[in-house]
Ligand binder design. Structure first.
Ligand code: FE2
Ligand code: FE2
Length: 300
């Protein structure tokens, strides 16, 4: 028998060897194994060690109950973060040429940093918003698992370049959108998967080309894996954005514009990866609206 403790942890009181009246607090994999999809995601989010976060995220199962209706108070320590890398403003991240070994490693490090944040973003989407269909939590659990794999692939590749995660400064901007939209699931799915992750679809071809240009075929292959998975993540964002808009009787295009302004979302900039955006579920109307934004490059 288990129940949620007042501090949000799962307390088990019928384990063999535990005297009646005493409780133990599950941690790590044991806690994930005994919990709901939402609590499993929360435990991943709270993990500070990058390797442990990725391992727990990768091992996340979908066989648990979603725990959709449970009220979970946000605990302190969100998101769990390592002491390194040093987090700085986006403009303060040094720009290095990929032609140098340091610049090459810094690029792989920057991608690994994005993926570690992506684990947190998926975990936060999974645990934070109660009352949604079970499929919502299963979808974000799947995304969390794939983001964890992306981090592991990049972290391992970084090691082959003589570096580890934490060796370079990194920016703190990705998590900010999670904080701004923490009270509004419609804004979250509009502005994280459909905006930040969709920008990744646009950026991937150029990153892949950079890595190929210096003969990093392993790095380019990792970008291929990531791009394929990210189309699925954006598709999940589009699916749930459409679901929430229909449920509330909202026009998806006009609502997106209003949310982007209200939450100060980064404006999409071309060139756009139209084929992959379409594969990810953006409608022709949405793609046309995107291409018409001031300051963007027309879609090919
Ligand atoms: Fe990813
Ligand atoms: Fe993603």
């Amino acid at each position: 028998m288990s129940e949620a403790g007042a501090d949000g942890t799962d307390r088990v009181d019928d384990r063999r060897g535990v005297p009646v009246g005493e409780t133990i607090v599950l941690t790590g994999a044991a806690r994930a194994a005994a919990s709901t999809l939402r609590r499993q995601a929360l435990s991943v989010l709270l993990e500070c060690n990058p390797a442990a976060k990725a391992s727990a995220g990768r091992a996340a199962g979908e066989h648990l109950d979603a725990g959709s209706d449970e009220a979970i108070a946000p605990p302190s320590g969100i998101p769990g973060r390592p002491e390194r890398p040093l987090l700085v403003a986006p403009g303060a991240v040094p720009q290095r040429s990929i032609a140098s070994p340091e610049g090459h490693a810094a690029l792989i490090h920057a991608l690994a940093h994005i993926e570690l944040n992506a684990i947190d973003l998926a975990a936060d989407a999974c645990w934070r918003f109660a009352g949604l269909p079970d499929a919502f939590y299963r979808d974000w659990t799947r995304v969390m698992r794939e983001e964890a794999r992306h981090f592991q692939l990049l972290d391992a590749h970084l090691a082959t370049l003589g570096h580890g995660y934490g060796d370079f400064p990194a920016h703190a901007a990705l998590w900010e959108m999670a904080e701004r939209t923490s009270h509004d699931v419609l804004a979250r799915v509009a502005l994280v998967p459909r905006t930040l992750e969709a920008r990744g679809l646009d950026a991937s071809p150029a990153v892949r080309h950079k890595l190929s240009s210096i003969g990093d075929r392993g790095g380019a292959a990792i970008v291929d894996v990531i791009l394929r998975d990210e189309i699925g993540h954006v598709r999940i964002g589009n699916h749930w954005y459409g679901h929430l808009c229909r449920r509330a009787g909202l026009d998806p295009v006009a609502t997106y514009e209003a949310l982007a302004i209200a939450y100060r979302a980064p404006r999409p900039r071309g060139p756009f990866n139209i084929a992959d955006r379409r594969a990810a579920g953006f409608s022709d109307r949405e793609l046309a609206a995107l291409s018409a934004l001031p300051g963007t490059t027309p879609a090919p």
